[in-house]
Design a protein around this ligand. Structure first.
Ligand code: NAD
Ligand code: TDX
Length: 349
Protein backbone atom coordinates (compact mmCIF):
# COMPACT_ATOMS: atom_id res chain seq x y z
CA UNK A 1 0.00 0.00 0.00
CA UNK A 2 0.94 3.65 -0.37
CA UNK A 3 0.39 5.11 3.09
CA UNK A 4 0.40 8.80 3.97
CA UNK A 5 1.32 9.00 7.67
CA UNK A 6 0.96 12.33 9.48
CA UNK A 7 3.08 12.92 12.57
CA UNK A 8 5.65 10.32 11.49
CA UNK A 9 8.50 12.20 13.16
CA UNK A 10 6.87 11.84 16.59
CA UNK A 11 6.98 8.99 19.09
CA UNK A 12 4.27 6.64 17.82
CA UNK A 13 4.54 7.93 14.26
CA UNK A 14 8.23 7.07 13.91
CA UNK A 15 7.61 3.56 15.24
CA UNK A 16 4.70 3.23 12.80
CA UNK A 17 6.71 4.46 9.79
CA UNK A 18 9.37 1.84 10.63
CA UNK A 19 6.78 -0.95 10.94
CA UNK A 20 4.94 0.02 7.74
CA UNK A 21 8.23 0.01 5.78
CA UNK A 22 9.18 -3.37 7.29
CA UNK A 23 5.82 -4.70 6.13
CA UNK A 24 6.55 -3.64 2.55
CA UNK A 25 4.47 -0.45 2.29
CA UNK A 26 5.46 2.87 0.70
CA UNK A 27 5.29 5.76 3.16
CA UNK A 28 4.98 9.53 2.82
CA UNK A 29 5.63 11.07 6.24
CA UNK A 30 3.93 14.46 6.56
CA UNK A 31 5.17 16.31 9.63
CA UNK A 32 5.57 19.96 10.69
CA UNK A 33 8.54 19.12 12.95
CA UNK A 34 7.17 20.90 15.99
CA UNK A 35 9.15 20.58 19.24
CA UNK A 36 7.88 16.94 19.36
CA UNK A 37 9.05 16.01 15.85
CA UNK A 38 12.57 14.69 15.32
CA UNK A 39 13.89 13.24 12.08
CA UNK A 40 16.67 11.50 14.03
CA UNK A 41 13.96 9.09 15.19
CA UNK A 42 13.89 7.88 11.58
CA UNK A 43 17.63 7.96 10.84
CA UNK A 44 17.75 4.19 10.21
CA UNK A 45 15.00 4.24 7.55
CA UNK A 46 15.32 7.66 5.94
CA UNK A 47 17.39 6.35 3.00
CA UNK A 48 14.84 3.67 2.12
CA UNK A 49 13.52 4.13 -1.45
CA UNK A 50 10.03 3.36 -0.08
CA UNK A 51 10.17 6.36 2.31
CA UNK A 52 9.65 10.08 1.71
CA UNK A 53 9.40 13.00 4.10
CA UNK A 54 7.34 16.14 3.52
CA UNK A 55 7.86 19.08 5.89
CA UNK A 56 4.31 20.40 6.13
CA UNK A 57 1.91 21.74 8.73
CA UNK A 58 -1.51 20.07 8.48
CA UNK A 59 -3.18 23.43 9.14
CA UNK A 60 -1.91 24.51 5.68
CA UNK A 61 -5.01 23.50 3.72
CA UNK A 62 -3.57 24.04 0.22
CA UNK A 63 -0.35 22.21 1.11
CA UNK A 64 -2.28 19.27 2.54
CA UNK A 65 -4.58 19.11 -0.49
CA UNK A 66 -1.55 19.01 -2.83
CA UNK A 67 0.26 16.42 -0.74
CA UNK A 68 -2.67 14.02 -0.71
CA UNK A 69 -3.44 14.47 -4.41
CA UNK A 70 0.19 14.10 -5.50
CA UNK A 71 1.08 11.12 -3.33
CA UNK A 72 -2.15 9.33 -4.24
CA UNK A 73 -2.37 7.17 -1.12
CA UNK A 74 -4.28 3.94 -0.56
CA UNK A 75 -4.56 4.97 3.10
CA UNK A 76 -4.06 8.00 5.33
CA UNK A 77 -2.98 7.25 8.90
CA UNK A 78 -3.43 10.44 10.90
CA UNK A 79 -1.25 10.77 13.99
CA UNK A 80 -0.08 14.39 13.82
CA UNK A 81 -1.26 16.14 16.96
CA UNK A 82 -0.29 18.21 19.92
CA UNK A 83 -0.14 15.35 22.41
CA UNK A 84 0.95 16.54 25.86
CA UNK A 85 -1.78 17.18 28.44
CA UNK A 86 0.35 19.57 30.56
CA UNK A 87 1.12 21.75 27.53
CA UNK A 88 -2.60 21.82 26.65
CA UNK A 89 -3.33 23.32 30.07
CA UNK A 90 -0.82 26.17 29.69
CA UNK A 91 -1.34 26.73 25.92
CA UNK A 92 -4.51 25.21 24.49
CA UNK A 93 -4.51 27.23 21.23
CA UNK A 94 -2.15 25.00 19.25
CA UNK A 95 -4.20 21.96 20.34
CA UNK A 96 -7.33 23.42 18.78
CA UNK A 97 -5.38 24.47 15.67
CA UNK A 98 -3.62 21.18 14.98
CA UNK A 99 -5.95 18.61 16.48
CA UNK A 100 -9.25 20.12 15.34
CA UNK A 101 -8.53 22.43 12.39
CA UNK A 102 -5.62 20.35 11.07
CA UNK A 103 -7.75 17.21 11.14
CA UNK A 104 -10.51 19.07 9.29
CA UNK A 105 -8.10 20.11 6.51
CA UNK A 106 -6.74 16.58 6.20
CA UNK A 107 -10.28 15.21 5.96
CA UNK A 108 -11.27 17.74 3.30
CA UNK A 109 -8.13 16.95 1.29
CA UNK A 110 -8.79 13.21 1.64
CA UNK A 111 -12.43 13.59 0.63
CA UNK A 112 -11.57 15.63 -2.49
CA UNK A 113 -8.93 13.06 -3.46
CA UNK A 114 -11.20 10.09 -2.66
CA UNK A 115 -13.86 11.48 -4.97
CA UNK A 116 -11.39 11.37 -7.88
CA UNK A 117 -10.77 7.63 -7.43
CA UNK A 118 -12.34 4.89 -9.51
CA UNK A 119 -15.06 3.08 -7.58
CA UNK A 120 -12.81 0.03 -7.14
CA UNK A 121 -10.01 2.15 -5.62
CA UNK A 122 -12.43 4.32 -3.61
CA UNK A 123 -13.81 1.19 -1.94
CA UNK A 124 -10.35 0.19 -0.74
CA UNK A 125 -9.25 3.65 0.49
CA UNK A 126 -9.02 4.14 4.27
CA UNK A 127 -8.67 7.19 6.53
CA UNK A 128 -7.50 6.11 9.98
CA UNK A 129 -7.78 8.67 12.75
CA UNK A 130 -5.57 7.82 15.72
CA UNK A 131 -7.19 8.97 18.95
CA UNK A 132 -6.89 8.39 22.65
CA UNK A 133 -8.70 6.83 25.60
CA UNK A 134 -8.63 10.28 27.26
CA UNK A 135 -11.76 11.30 25.29
CA UNK A 136 -13.77 9.03 27.59
CA UNK A 137 -12.82 10.96 30.73
CA UNK A 138 -11.91 9.38 34.04
CA UNK A 139 -12.77 6.08 35.77
CA UNK A 140 -13.03 5.30 39.47
CA UNK A 141 -11.45 2.09 40.82
CA UNK A 142 -13.67 -0.26 38.78
CA UNK A 143 -14.71 -0.70 35.13
CA UNK A 144 -13.16 0.05 31.77
CA UNK A 145 -13.82 2.06 28.61
CA UNK A 146 -15.10 0.43 25.43
CA UNK A 147 -16.25 1.66 22.02
CA UNK A 148 -19.73 2.52 23.36
CA UNK A 149 -18.55 4.61 26.32
CA UNK A 150 -19.90 8.18 26.22
CA UNK A 151 -17.36 10.96 25.70
CA UNK A 152 -16.42 13.07 28.76
CA UNK A 153 -13.07 14.77 28.03
CA UNK A 154 -11.55 16.93 30.77
CA UNK A 155 -8.27 18.43 29.56
CA UNK A 156 -7.98 20.79 26.57
CA UNK A 157 -5.95 18.00 24.89
CA UNK A 158 -8.68 15.40 25.42
CA UNK A 159 -11.39 17.87 24.35
CA UNK A 160 -9.51 18.68 21.13
CA UNK A 161 -9.10 14.97 20.33
CA UNK A 162 -12.79 14.38 21.11
CA UNK A 163 -13.76 17.22 18.75
CA UNK A 164 -11.65 15.76 15.97
CA UNK A 165 -13.13 12.28 16.53
CA UNK A 166 -16.63 13.67 16.02
CA UNK A 167 -15.58 15.56 12.90
CA UNK A 168 -13.97 12.41 11.44
CA UNK A 169 -17.09 10.31 12.09
CA UNK A 170 -19.28 13.03 10.52
CA UNK A 171 -17.23 12.74 7.29
CA UNK A 172 -18.14 9.05 7.23
CA UNK A 173 -21.81 9.48 8.04
CA UNK A 174 -22.32 12.47 5.74
CA UNK A 175 -19.94 11.91 2.82
CA UNK A 176 -19.30 8.13 3.08
CA UNK A 177 -15.53 8.66 3.44
CA UNK A 178 -14.20 5.26 4.65
CA UNK A 179 -12.89 6.35 8.05
CA UNK A 180 -11.79 4.33 11.06
CA UNK A 181 -11.13 5.67 14.57
CA UNK A 182 -8.92 4.10 17.24
CA UNK A 183 -8.55 4.93 20.92
CA UNK A 184 -5.37 3.74 22.55
CA UNK A 185 -4.21 3.75 26.14
CA UNK A 186 -0.83 5.19 27.26
CA UNK A 187 2.08 4.10 25.08
CA UNK A 188 5.67 3.57 26.18
CA UNK A 189 8.80 2.52 24.32
CA UNK A 190 11.70 3.87 22.22
CA UNK A 191 11.69 7.47 20.90
CA UNK A 192 9.17 8.85 23.41
CA UNK A 193 9.72 12.58 23.96
CA UNK A 194 11.32 13.27 27.36
CA UNK A 195 8.29 15.22 28.65
CA UNK A 196 6.17 12.06 29.17
CA UNK A 197 6.11 10.08 32.45
CA UNK A 198 8.20 7.02 31.49
CA UNK A 199 11.14 8.98 30.01
CA UNK A 200 10.83 11.59 32.79
CA UNK A 201 11.45 8.90 35.41
CA UNK A 202 14.28 7.22 33.46
CA UNK A 203 16.11 10.46 32.69
CA UNK A 204 15.73 11.85 36.22
CA UNK A 205 17.24 8.61 37.55
CA UNK A 206 20.16 8.87 35.11
CA UNK A 207 20.72 12.45 36.24
CA UNK A 208 20.25 11.66 39.98
CA UNK A 209 17.51 14.30 40.09
CA UNK A 210 14.20 14.28 42.04
CA UNK A 211 11.45 12.32 40.26
CA UNK A 212 8.26 14.44 40.21
CA UNK A 213 4.97 12.58 40.70
CA UNK A 214 1.78 14.63 40.55
CA UNK A 215 -0.45 14.57 43.65
CA UNK A 216 0.12 11.37 45.58
CA UNK A 217 1.14 9.28 42.55
CA UNK A 218 -2.13 7.34 42.87
CA UNK A 219 -3.50 8.01 39.37
CA UNK A 220 -3.72 4.88 37.26
CA UNK A 221 -2.84 4.42 33.57
CA UNK A 222 -3.10 1.35 31.29
CA UNK A 223 0.26 0.90 29.52
CA UNK A 224 0.80 -0.44 26.00
CA UNK A 225 4.15 -1.08 24.30
CA UNK A 226 4.34 1.24 21.28
CA UNK A 227 5.11 -1.52 18.75
CA UNK A 228 1.94 -3.34 19.82
CA UNK A 229 -0.04 -0.14 19.24
CA UNK A 230 1.52 0.26 15.78
CA UNK A 231 0.65 -3.33 14.82
CA UNK A 232 -2.93 -2.67 15.97
CA UNK A 233 -3.03 0.40 13.71
CA UNK A 234 -1.79 -1.67 10.75
CA UNK A 235 -4.44 -4.30 11.51
CA UNK A 236 -7.17 -1.66 11.66
CA UNK A 237 -6.12 0.02 8.40
CA UNK A 238 -5.82 -3.28 6.52
CA UNK A 239 -8.67 -5.29 8.08
CA UNK A 240 -10.94 -2.85 9.93
CA UNK A 241 -14.47 -2.04 8.80
CA UNK A 242 -15.05 1.56 7.63
CA UNK A 243 -17.14 3.57 10.08
CA UNK A 244 -16.00 1.44 13.02
CA UNK A 245 -14.11 2.39 16.17
CA UNK A 246 -11.52 0.15 17.81
CA UNK A 247 -10.22 0.57 21.36
CA UNK A 248 -6.63 -0.58 21.94
CA UNK A 249 -5.10 -1.30 25.34
CA UNK A 250 -2.45 -3.40 27.02
CA UNK A 251 -4.34 -4.38 30.21
CA UNK A 252 -1.31 -3.25 32.18
CA UNK A 253 -2.77 -1.00 34.84
CA UNK A 254 -0.42 0.63 37.32
CA UNK A 255 -0.52 3.62 39.60
CA UNK A 256 2.09 6.21 38.65
CA UNK A 257 3.86 5.47 41.93
CA UNK A 258 4.07 1.73 41.21
CA UNK A 259 5.29 2.38 37.67
CA UNK A 260 7.94 4.85 38.91
CA UNK A 261 9.13 2.37 41.57
CA UNK A 262 9.36 -0.37 38.94
CA UNK A 263 11.48 1.86 36.69
CA UNK A 264 13.67 2.91 39.65
CA UNK A 265 14.36 -0.73 40.53
CA UNK A 266 15.41 -1.54 36.95
CA UNK A 267 17.68 1.54 36.99
CA UNK A 268 19.15 0.39 40.33
CA UNK A 269 20.41 -2.68 38.41
CA UNK A 270 21.57 -0.95 35.22
CA UNK A 271 22.87 2.30 36.65
CA UNK A 272 22.82 2.70 40.44
CA UNK A 273 22.37 6.15 41.98
CA UNK A 274 25.74 7.93 42.56
CA UNK A 275 24.89 8.31 46.28
CA UNK A 276 24.45 4.54 46.67
CA UNK A 277 20.81 4.91 47.81
CA UNK A 278 18.01 3.30 45.81
CA UNK A 279 16.54 5.55 43.09
CA UNK A 280 13.09 5.31 44.73
CA UNK A 281 14.34 7.69 47.42
CA UNK A 282 14.34 10.41 44.76
CA UNK A 283 10.56 10.15 44.20
CA UNK A 284 8.90 13.42 45.24
CA UNK A 285 5.25 14.41 45.21
CA UNK A 286 4.55 17.71 43.50
CA UNK A 287 1.49 19.87 42.83
CA UNK A 288 -1.18 17.88 41.03
CA UNK A 289 -2.15 18.43 37.38
CA UNK A 290 -5.42 20.47 37.24
CA UNK A 291 -8.37 18.25 36.29
CA UNK A 292 -6.08 15.19 36.53
CA UNK A 293 -8.04 12.12 35.36
CA UNK A 294 -7.85 9.47 38.06
CA UNK A 295 -7.85 6.25 36.06
CA UNK A 296 -7.96 4.99 32.45
CA UNK A 297 -8.57 1.36 31.45
CA UNK A 298 -9.42 -0.08 28.05
CA UNK A 299 -11.50 -3.14 27.22
CA UNK A 300 -9.82 -4.22 23.96
CA UNK A 301 -12.03 -7.24 23.30
CA UNK A 302 -13.48 -5.85 20.03
CA UNK A 303 -10.17 -5.51 18.19
CA UNK A 304 -9.05 -8.89 19.56
CA UNK A 305 -12.25 -10.61 18.45
CA UNK A 306 -12.81 -8.86 15.10
CA UNK A 307 -9.24 -8.34 13.88
CA UNK A 308 -7.28 -11.00 15.81
CA UNK A 309 -4.94 -8.41 17.36
CA UNK A 310 -3.15 -9.25 20.62
CA UNK A 311 -0.42 -7.28 22.35
CA UNK A 312 2.77 -9.34 22.07
CA UNK A 313 5.17 -7.59 24.41
CA UNK A 314 5.13 -8.70 28.02
CA UNK A 315 4.90 -5.51 30.11
CA UNK A 316 7.99 -6.15 32.22
CA UNK A 317 10.06 -7.14 29.17
CA UNK A 318 8.87 -4.02 27.32
CA UNK A 319 9.68 -1.68 30.19
CA UNK A 320 13.18 -3.20 30.51
CA UNK A 321 13.72 -2.83 26.75
CA UNK A 322 12.63 0.80 27.05
CA UNK A 323 15.07 1.55 29.89
CA UNK A 324 17.86 -0.15 27.90
CA UNK A 325 16.94 1.92 24.82
CA UNK A 326 17.35 5.21 26.72
CA UNK A 327 20.67 3.96 28.14
CA UNK A 328 21.92 2.93 24.69
CA UNK A 329 20.67 6.01 22.81
CA UNK A 330 21.93 8.86 24.94
CA UNK A 331 22.70 11.13 21.98
CA UNK A 332 19.03 10.96 20.88
CA UNK A 333 17.71 12.42 24.14
CA UNK A 334 20.76 14.54 24.99
CA UNK A 335 20.25 16.39 21.68
CA UNK A 336 16.66 17.06 22.75
CA UNK A 337 17.63 18.19 26.24
CA UNK A 338 20.24 20.59 24.82
CA UNK A 339 17.89 21.84 22.08
CA UNK A 340 20.36 20.80 19.33
CA UNK A 341 17.78 18.61 17.63
CA UNK A 342 15.92 21.75 16.56
CA UNK A 343 18.89 22.75 14.35
CA UNK A 344 18.04 19.84 12.02
CA UNK A 345 14.44 21.05 11.89
CA UNK A 346 15.54 24.28 10.30
CA UNK A 347 17.48 22.33 7.67
CA UNK A 348 14.49 20.15 6.74
CA UNK A 349 12.92 20.92 3.37
P1 NAD B 1 4.13 13.16 19.61
O1 NAD B 1 3.84 14.45 20.30
O2 NAD B 1 5.31 12.37 20.01
O3 NAD B 1 4.26 13.43 18.03
C1 NAD B 1 3.39 14.25 17.34
C2 NAD B 1 3.96 14.51 15.93
O4 NAD B 1 3.03 15.32 15.21
C3 NAD B 1 5.29 15.25 15.93
O5 NAD B 1 6.20 14.65 15.01
C4 NAD B 1 4.92 16.65 15.48
O6 NAD B 1 5.97 17.33 14.79
C5 NAD B 1 3.73 16.38 14.57
N1 NAD B 1 2.84 17.53 14.47
C6 NAD B 1 2.32 18.27 15.49
N2 NAD B 1 1.58 19.27 14.99
C7 NAD B 1 1.60 19.16 13.64
C8 NAD B 1 1.02 19.88 12.58
N3 NAD B 1 0.27 20.96 12.81
N4 NAD B 1 1.24 19.47 11.30
C9 NAD B 1 2.01 18.38 11.06
N5 NAD B 1 2.62 17.67 12.03
C10 NAD B 1 2.41 18.06 13.30
O7 NAD B 1 2.80 12.33 19.72
P2 NAD B 1 2.60 10.75 19.96
O8 NAD B 1 2.69 10.47 21.41
O9 NAD B 1 3.44 10.01 19.00
O10 NAD B 1 1.07 10.61 19.54
C11 NAD B 1 0.71 10.39 18.18
C12 NAD B 1 -0.81 10.32 18.07
O11 NAD B 1 -1.29 9.27 18.88
C13 NAD B 1 -1.53 11.58 18.55
O12 NAD B 1 -2.60 11.82 17.69
C14 NAD B 1 -2.00 11.24 19.95
O13 NAD B 1 -3.17 11.94 20.27
C15 NAD B 1 -2.27 9.75 19.80
N6 NAD B 1 -2.13 8.96 21.03
C16 NAD B 1 -0.97 8.98 21.75
C17 NAD B 1 -0.84 8.17 22.89
C18 NAD B 1 0.43 8.15 23.71
O14 NAD B 1 0.44 7.46 24.74
N7 NAD B 1 1.48 8.82 23.33
C19 NAD B 1 -1.90 7.36 23.28
C20 NAD B 1 -3.09 7.36 22.52
C21 NAD B 1 -3.18 8.17 21.38
O1 TDX C 1 6.29 14.40 35.48
C1 TDX C 1 5.20 13.78 35.49
N1 TDX C 1 4.69 13.31 36.67
C2 TDX C 1 3.51 12.64 36.75
O2 TDX C 1 3.08 12.23 37.84
C3 TDX C 1 4.45 13.53 34.27
C4 TDX C 1 4.96 14.03 32.95
C5 TDX C 1 3.27 12.84 34.37
N2 TDX C 1 2.80 12.41 35.58
C6 TDX C 1 1.53 11.65 35.61
C7 TDX C 1 0.35 12.26 34.90
C8 TDX C 1 -0.41 11.03 34.42
O3 TDX C 1 -1.24 10.54 35.46
O4 TDX C 1 1.81 10.42 34.94
C9 TDX C 1 0.68 10.00 34.16
C10 TDX C 1 1.11 9.92 32.71
O5 TDX C 1 1.36 11.24 32.28
P1 TDX C 1 1.81 11.58 30.76
O6 TDX C 1 3.01 10.77 30.42
O7 TDX C 1 1.87 13.06 30.63
O8 TDX C 1 0.60 10.94 29.93
P2 TDX C 1 -0.98 11.20 29.98
O9 TDX C 1 -1.31 12.52 30.51
O10 TDX C 1 -1.63 10.01 30.65
O11 TDX C 1 -1.31 11.18 28.40
C11 TDX C 1 -0.64 10.24 27.52
O12 TDX C 1 -1.46 9.14 27.24
C12 TDX C 1 -2.59 9.34 26.43
C13 TDX C 1 -0.22 10.92 26.23
O13 TDX C 1 0.56 12.06 26.53
C14 TDX C 1 -1.42 11.31 25.40
O14 TDX C 1 -1.01 11.86 24.16
C15 TDX C 1 -2.24 10.07 25.15
O15 TDX C 1 -3.41 10.39 24.46
Amino acid sequence: MRILITGGAGFIGSNLVRLALQQGHHVLNVDALTYAGNLKSLADVSASPAYRFLHLDITDSAGVANAVMQFSPDAVMHLAAESHVDRSITGPGSFVQTNVIGTYHLLQASLAYWRTLTSAKAKLFRFLHVSTDEVYGSLEQEGSFNETTAYAPHSPYAASKASSDHIVRAWHDTYDLPVLVTHSSNNFGPYQFPEKLVPVVILKCLDDQPIPLYGKGENVRDWLYVEDHCQALMDVVTKGKPGETYDIGGSNEFSNLDLARNLCQILDEYRPCQSGSPHTEKITFVTDRPGHDFRYAIDASKIKRDLGWEPREDFQAGIRKTVRWYLDNRSWWQDIMSGNYRLDTHNAT
